[in-house]
Design a binder for this molecule. Structure first.
Ligand SMILES: [Zn+2]
Length: 96
């Protein structure tokens, strides 16, 4: 199974008329962790390096910007070798 870690945070000052309050942000982060984690676990449940047997490790970073009220997710992938990294990236870029 892949290893999955999340680093989700909020940037910017809280707006008086914020679209999402702190509790709602936590719920959104929890939903993001669940949906993204489920998707990665489904895609990579049986994916290991043919040569080294390692599983991929994902670190998903997200910053919710209070000013723009948008969140960007970035995927960082660690793999045991270049060949496996390329394979993981190909699978990652396939549509769910
Ligand atoms: Zn390898």
């Amino acid at each position: 199974m892949p290893q999955i870690e999340f680093d989700l945070r909020v940037a910017g000052d809280e707006m008086p008329d914020a679209f999402l309050d702190a509790t709602e942000l936590e719920l959104m982060f929890a939903g993001t962790r669940r949906a993204t984690g489920d998707s990665l676990r489904r895609k990579f449940a049986a994916v290991t390096c043919g040569e080294h047997g390692g599983a991929p490790k994902f670190t998903i970073s997200g910053v919710y910007d209070r000013a723009t009220e948008q969140m960007d997710l970035q995927y960082h992938v660690d793999a045991c070798c270049q060949a496996f990294l390329l394979r993981v990236m190909q699978i990652l870029n396939q549509r769910a």
